[in-house]
Design a protein around this ligand. Sequence first.
Ligand code: ADP
Length: 731
Amino acid sequence: MLDHLAKERRARLAAERLLEQKKRELIAANEQLAQHARALSEQILRQRSGLERARVEAESLKGERALAESNLERANSMARIAQRRLWEALETIEDGFAVFDQSLTLVAANRSWLLGLEDDPELTQGLSYDRLLEIVTRRNIVELGAQSAEDWRAVMAARIRQPLIEPVTLQLSDGRHLRLMDRWGAEGDLVCLAQDITESMNRETELSEARERAEAAARAKSAFLANMSHELRTPMNGVVGMAELLADTELNEEQRLFAETIRSSGEALLGIINDVLDYSKLEAERVRLAEAPFDLEHCLHEVMLLLQPSARKKGLQLLVDYDLFLPTRFIADPGRMRQVLTNLLGNAVKFTHHGSVTARVTGLATAPGRYDLRVAIEDTGIGIAPDHLDLIFGEFNQVESEANRSFEGTGLGLAITRQLMGLMGGTLWVESRPGEGSCFGFRLELPLAETLDQEPPSSEPIRLQQALIVDDAKISRMILERQLQALGLTVASCRSSAEALRVLAADPAAFDLILCDHRMADGGGGALVRELRRRGLRLPIVMLSADPERAAAEGLPVDALLAKPVLRSQLYRALQRLSVEPARGHAAPPDLPSAGRRMRVLAAEDNRTNQLVFRKMVKDLAIDIEMASDGIEALRIWQRWQPDLIFMDISMPGMDGREASRRIRSSEQRQGGHVPIVALTAHVLAEEAEEILAAGIDALLSKPLKRAEILDCIEEHRPPGALPVQTAEVG
Ligand code: ADP
């Protein structure tokens, strides 16, 4: 029983323990269930709120979509409006506008761009550029000029395929001009613009026509001026020439006064004509400056020499004070420089009664090869009152005063001088005291004509004493004389080879130096020095040449060769060198040339009065003379008669003097020889002087002719074999 009880107890205990465990498991399961239920309900809660949010969102999305739809619609309509406006605008503008796509297919174009093709049945969207070119040529819309339609299309088709397309201008058959400007856009489309430039083209043509008309008028005016100068000077030539001849005849005192007055008034009138012409040319800005090397010192000397006669009459001294260390050769317009110096020096002489006129030249190097020059012309004349100083540079201004009344002049000289100075980049000034004198000066920067060695002259003495100059040009002879005299030499001069041979034959021991010009009309210094050496003359000979290279190439028997115009420093050095070199000893006296024929002079002149004047002027000379009345006749006489000198009028009917001279020179090229031709010209414009000299003419004599000038000229050109021309000297 016990056992049974124990067993029961044990079973009960085990059941109790099991129950206990199940109870615990139940509680745990319960707890877990509660947890799940909690989690579940939380999840449900979360999902429900998410659902709610989604619903709200869905609601709002629905509104947004409606908004977007209406926006899109609005945008579309706005875009349509904008496009329509754009096209309307593009249609209203006059310029053409088109767009092509990458394959050059037409996307859109306005009417202007379509050049009136818009009605063409072939013109549809999707048309290619090349096809369009074909339509354009088929319908002759473009002026092709000399080009064929095919060529034009090829050019245009190639052009449009360039990555960067150059603008091109088309002329249309209706007279319009279009400028095509085409450009590839970033998206690959081609944007084309066609601008109607007809108006500006027309304006341009109008302008260029107007310019041409104006230029023609200016040319006509210039020609008119030149003509006027000729027309005025030709009759004046008759007046002045005849008055001069008249004054040479038997006259009583009153008659002589009349004749003299006619002559001097005529000359004064010519001066005025020249001034007025020059001034109007400057005003019309038709003066162009030449650039050539020139010798400032030489130029001053030349101008002084021309003024010498009037200075001598008043007992005035003319002086040049040229800075010893300043070079003399510069680049400028030689003719205009001379004009400036002539004006200033001429005034100085004109307005000075006693004392002197001095030209002072100083200068400073501003850069290598450039000099800042100051040229001052000082006089001891009547001077100018301070309140007049500003006026004198104006046109037609002369100082109105008692002291001044007696001077002639146009009052244009200083106005011209100032304008010329301005053109050259220089400045003109004046200082003056009434009763004491004036100083006119200018400052001008000029480039050197050559690089000179700037050594100061060495102190080696010049031992030569007696020089003989042989030169046919009076001015160079006189300048050389001055230069040699300044170096302490005694000087004698000859105008021709023949004269030199004669002088040397007469007294061979009188000289220890000969200076000889290379190019003389009578065959040249070259022939003379060869002849002198052939005759055994051993004096030092200095050859002066304007073309030293050529002279050197001739291998002449001379001791020095100097370039003309001669610089003082070079002359100085040459004489120093010849002073120390052993003398070559004196030669036997050269023989005199045997007396020969009369000199032959041909004068070509169409005007009867002038022919008469010319004949009268030379009637006392021992020369043979023939007259030609035009270029053709002059040529004929020259061929047949071989004159020693030709006076050639420039403007003649038929063949003028230039052409005749050109033909003579070209015949001479084949036949050899060189007849001196002296132009007689009334043309005074500097450009024309150049052109005349370019025709092969050796010198210019300006009308009215003066007897003394003609005689000088004939004497200078007398060949060695001819008799002296002055009858008084014959026999
Ligand atoms: P023109 O000499 O033809 O009268 P310019 O223009 O050369 O004309 O000179 C204008 C004026 O200036 C002259 O009339 C004169 O009164 C004055 N003048 C010019 N140079 C001098 C001078 N060296 N001395 C005094 N007066 C002068």
